[in-house]
Design a protein. Sequence first.
Length: 380
Amino acid sequence: MDFQDLKNSVTRTPVFILDEAETMRNLRIMNLLHQQSGGKFLYSIKALPFSAVLKAATPWVDGFSVSSLFEARLVRDFLADSHTVHLTSPGLRPDEFDELSSLCSHISFNSLTQFQRYSKIGNKQLSVGLRLNPKLSFVNDDRFNPCRKYSKLGADIDELWQSSCFGQIQGLHIHNVFSVNDYEPLIQTINKLRHYFGSNLASLNWLNLGGGYLFNQIGNHTPLIDQVCRLKQDFGLEVYLEPGKAVVGNAGYLAATVLDSFVSDGKTVAILDTSVNHNPEVFEYQRQPELHEHVPNGRYPVILAGSTCLAGDIFGEYRLHVPLAVGDKVMFKQLGAYSLIKANRFNGYNLPDIAVYRDRQLISMKRYSYQDFRRQWVTN
């Protein structure tokens, strides 16, 4: 990626930019793993349900992972019938279930009670599974930990082991990691499954090992390939993985322009024409996003802040080789996942434009207007 070339292509900000080449590189890694292991890959659209991503991913994945009726409707707008759609959600609505069961090919019920409530209704062709909490935590921050104490995500492995439900399901879904770059959690999780259920795993049709593995940051894929091959050989299972961030995380950027610059209590503050509300995880998790222009030994420290009246609308403090002036552009990176999908218009500041960077050209894809904002809030 030539960031200077990309910045020079930007004429209007704020703009969310999807790097098509980086997205395709990530998809090709997954396709290679598919060929080597026989495992199947589903793009988890909660990371970024942008149509350009869905269209790019469709030839390279076996299907999509969704968590709601709207997500299921959206992917069906882009899919051939040969693709699978897997659903899991803690909150299924009775008035939506019939349509969900017609849109999806697989469903992993989130709890034994949810399974008992819905498994006998809806589309009879639906492949019914159960999301399992293996009670193995690999995440230190409970805000991201699916296996935290009192977790709402998945049926307790001990409860399932003691119940009669195992013989009534066709698959299991496990998602117990977040943004990991090695396969040790996968190995430990599969070993625990084997210990609990042993040869009974052969009564299932499929096993969904979830997302959270950053395939594009892992150098040695042999453990994944070996584990998937063994599951297929030992139990005859179809094995699924559902990456989201691994497809788009490093392929998204947010370009912004400096609107004002001043000194506050001895530090330079630069106000940008974007906001943490365009990347809410910055505020939610007090996370400082990566900045292309940042250099650790830069002579000019600056606090980058957003345009809204929220006091905490702060991206963080960075160091630059040259001081920022009004009209300069900056580029945040690694924002492809869970940024644009969570963005909001707090204070009435518009959402970023959306563009695709393709063959060294920035192609405008979507621009929001006042009418979009008005439709959200005006009832007549």
